[in-house]
Design a protein around this ligand. Structure first.
Ligand SMILES: Nc1ncnc2c1ncn2[C@@H]1O[C@H](COP(=O)(O)OP(=O)(O)O)[C@@H](O)[C@H]1O
Ligand SMILES: O=P(O)(O)OC[C@H](O)CO
Length: 495
């Protein structure tokens, strides 16, 4: 019983990583699946794709390592958050495709609820904003639009879940309908102060509470897998949303510690300890993790486009063939030009929350070419992070200018990480283990299984690969940031 299997169900792919008892990677497997865009601003995943790819990569990772089922002590699950599923409790059949976190179809509903004055109450209880990003309005849409769904939900025939719950349900053969506190905290239906589903918000959205999963700690007993999946029943002992799992994997356990993950989007979380800091700057208040019934909170800044801007250079403009080519282009860019790219392709996330905005480029000249575009794209990720960290510092004085721990695919870009340190005016630390999301899920499961050490000792094992120190002159930093802010203002005005 020396291994831990971490399942990371992400927005574009499902991954599984097998760790040994010291949390070293033994093997991994990954599988991409289809994205469905049935209408402008709509994004869906096939519920069965999510489950089938997870089952496939989990088995593949175990087989690759030549591990025996009895070697695996526990499974940890981490997942894309907010994505919303609804299924039949008797047959396990989904009633609709999963509505993905990026989906904007409920923008009108959110506007209406805001106009009716409900946002302050919802924010005070959930820490979130009335934005289509979260699960609540998506679940209401499903109940409003699938014939007979609300009536069946009232009779207790249906189950709602975020992706973790859907996977737990399938792994356990329909025996367990549960979620963890971090995933619950992203639904818009969960009271993060009192740690319970909020009956008033459910009534407001006309959501029958019989739909909701049981909420457990991040390191907890989530039942056992069906024996036929791995040849033995394996206990599921850890669950957390992917950004919270990365916070754990980065060992950001002390108040004031922050991490930022650069995948398709960027999500920065600042540990605020037992304090539930209410943001005055439109950040989210969320649960970082819940262990032994004790909740640790975080401030979160969510940006929808980070690595996706590099994908756009590749797939939209055809300027590069591979993401890593942006480094050489950015280095070759003309220092005399100052192109600013605001990548509001799907609107702006924190701290602006403008789903109606679209992207813009400022400062084009006849000499602007691929190099300047690439540099502006990489810089946009730094500027957006600076906005988040400025908001965090303004919200909470204990956040003052500490180190930022980074991870995710785009954190491998040295140029981007150096610019990030420059524009933040603070050090940026990249760890040796960049699979922090899976590591966090694996650690939570290992903690519950009794094979991983307490957080303090786990923190000591965190190892630095490279620190990026700020090198830009303060005057230049502020001038460049001021120009970015002007570009964002102009982009919002144009919407
Ligand atoms: N060397 C690089 N330079 C810039 N961007 C990169 C680099 N490598 C990967 N990326 C970007 O990182 C993202 C992939 O990161 P990943 O953590 O796998 O994302 P996700 O989990 O959201 O799919 C892609 O959007 C890609 O464009
Ligand atoms: O799957 P990722 O890595 O793009 O993360 C998605 C986030 O959890 C959305 O809130």
């Amino acid at each position: 019983m020396t291994h831990i299997l971490a399942i990371d169900q992400g927005t574009t792919s499902s991954r599984a990583i097998l760790f040994d008892a010291s949390l070293r990677v033994v093997s991994s497997a990954q599988h991409e699946f289809a994205q469905h865009f049935p209408a402008s601003g709509w994004v869906e995943h096939d519920a069965s794709d999510l489950w089938v790819t997870v089952a496939g990569v989990a088995r593949a990772a175990v087989e690759k390592a030549g591990a025996r089922p009895q070697d695996i002590a526990a499974i940890g699950i981490t997942n894309q958050r907010e994505t919303t599923l609804l299924w039949d409790r008797r047959t396990g059949q989904p009633l609709h495709r999963a509505i993905v976190w990026q989906d904007r179809r409920t923008a009108g509903l959110c506007d209406r609820l805001r106009a009716e004055g409900h946002e302050p109450m919802i924010t005070a209880r959930t820490g979130l904003l009335l934005d289509p990003y979260f699960s609540g309005s998506k679940l209401k849409w499903l109940l409003d639009n699938i014939d007979g769904a609300r009536r069946r939900a009232q009779r207790g025939e249906l189950a709602f879940g975020t992706v973790d719950s859907w996977l737990i349900w399938n792994l356990t053969g329909g025996k367990v309908h549960a979620t963890d506190a971090t995933n619950a905290a992203r639904t818009l239906l969960y009271n993060i102060a009192e740690n319970r589903w909020d009956a008033d918000i459910c009534a407001l959205l006309d959501i029958p509470m019989a739909l909701l999963p049981e909420v457990r700690d991040c390191a907890d007993d989530y039942g056992r897998t069906r024996a036929d999946l791995f040849g033995r029943e394996i206990p599921i002992l850890g669950v957390a949303g992917d950004q919270q799992a990365a916070t754990v994997g980065q060992a950001c356990f002390a108040p004031g510690m922050a991490k930022s993950t650069y995948g398709t989007g960027c999500f920065a979380l600042l540990n605020t300890g037992t304090q539930r800091v209410a943001s005055r700057n439109r950040l989210l208040t969320t649960i970082a993790y819940r262990l032994d019934g004790r909740t640790t909170y975080a401030l979160e800044g969510s940006i929808f486009i980070a690595g996706a801007v590099v994908q756009w250079l590749r797939d939209g403009l055809g300027l590069i063939r591979q993401a890593a080519e942006t480094q050489a282009l950015a280095e070759a860019a003309d220092p005399a030009q100052d192109l600013v790219l605001v990548p509001a392709f799907t609107g702006l996330g924190a701290p602006y929350w403008r789903p109606d905005c679209r992207g813009a480029v400022f400062g084009l000249t006849r000499n602007s070419g691929p190099a300047e575009f690439a540099r502006a794209a990489l810089e946009s990720v730094g500027f957006q992070t600076r906005d988040l960290l400025d908001a965090m510092r303004a919200d909470w004085s204990d956040a003052a200018g500490g180190v930022l721990r980074v991870d995710g695919g785009m954190a491998t870009s040295d140029w981007t990480m150096q610019f990030l340190a420059d524009i933040l005016g603070a050090p940026v630390d990249r760890p040796r283990v960049t699979e922090t999301t899976a590591l966090g899920a694996g650690y939570l499961a290992g903690l519950q299984a009794g094979i991983c050490p307490a957080p303090e000792e786990f923190s000591r094992a965190w190892a630095l690969e490279r620190r990026f120190e700020p090198a830009m002159a303060p005057q230049q930093r502020e001038a460049r940031h001021a120009r970015w802010k002007k570009a964002v203002q102009a982009t919002m005005q144009a919407a």
